[in-house]
Design a protein around this ligand. Structure first.
Ligand code: C5P
Length: 240
């Protein structure tokens, strides 16, 4: 019984406006990706981490995570986030076929406290098939049409902001990504998975209940230059 964490880090992160892929942008002298991997392993309950890297950056990413030795492996990511998760998941299950829990964690949520990692793993071990960390919403949220006109105001008390790591019973995530078919070496190329902005969204489509546990403000996703400034402020004196 073991825990794999999959870290999709193959996006370009254009909203950040950096010259390098977002996962390689440095905060306190270390790439975001290294902070994220460090946090996962520091939780003490993750056995192996697989990073999906941009094709052009596999060597750089491999060097960046070298200090974690055999606990971290790197694969080439895919065209979409879902493709990157599927490729990393397949590699992780090859490394640890007995894994019963899989986490999916965005490299951009680099400062997620270890308590959040532990609590999603504990919830799966306690019997939940899918678990996501969430925060209450403090702003009112409007649904708009393509012209920007407001069409609905969902009740705020029922809304949650969803973070990562999201944790799954390994068999459930494997089914969601239909990697059984992708495991067949003769199947080529790997078909693109339907677009979902998070992995729990795919699992929901299978009718699997998704539980929530409390997230943490520090698990914010570094997306804009403002977020980068926030990360710098957070990490002053606390490098990975
Ligand atoms: O674009 P967004 O911030 O939602 O991306 C979420 C995560 O998915 C990022 O960590 C990004 O690096 C990753 N990603 C990926 N492969 C892609 C596109 C995005 O691993 N092809």
């Amino acid at each position: 019984m073991s825990v794999i964490a999959v870290v999709p880090a193959a996006g370009r992160g254009e909203r950040l406006g950096a010259q390098v892929p977002k996962a390689l942008v440095e905060v306190a002298g270390e790439p975001l990706l290294v902070h994220a991997v460090h946090g996962l392993l520091a939780a003490g309950c993750v056995d192996h981490v697989v990073v999906a890297a941009p094709a052009a950056e596999v060597e750089v990413v491999t060097m960046a995570v070298r200090r974690f030795e055999a606990r971290v492996s790197v694969v080439v990511g895919g065209a979409e986030r879902g493709d990157s998760v599927r490729l990393a998941l397949r590699a992780g299950l090859r490394t640890l076929p007995d894994a019963d829990v899989v986490l999916v964690h965005d490299a951009a949520r680099a400062f997620t406290p270890v308590e959040v990692v532990r609590s999603v793993v504990d919830a799966v071990r306690a019997g939940s098939a899918a678990v996501v960390p969430v925060l209450p919403v403090s702003d009112t949220v409007k649904q708009v049409d393509e012209t920007g006109r407001v069409v609905a105001t969902p009740e705020r008390a029922a809304l949650r902001i969803v973070q990562t790591p999201q944790a799954f019973a390994a068999a459930v995530l494997r089914r969601a990504y239909d990697i059984l078919a992708a495991d067949d070496e003769s199947a080529s190329p790997v078909a693109s998975v339907p677009q979902a902005t998070d992995d729990a969204g795919l699992v929901e489509r299978l009718g699997v209940p998704v539980r929530t546990v409390p997230g943490h403000a520090h698990a914010f996703k570094v997306t804009t230059p403002f977020d980068l400034a926030l990360a710098d402020a957070l990490l002053v004196g606390h490098p990975a």
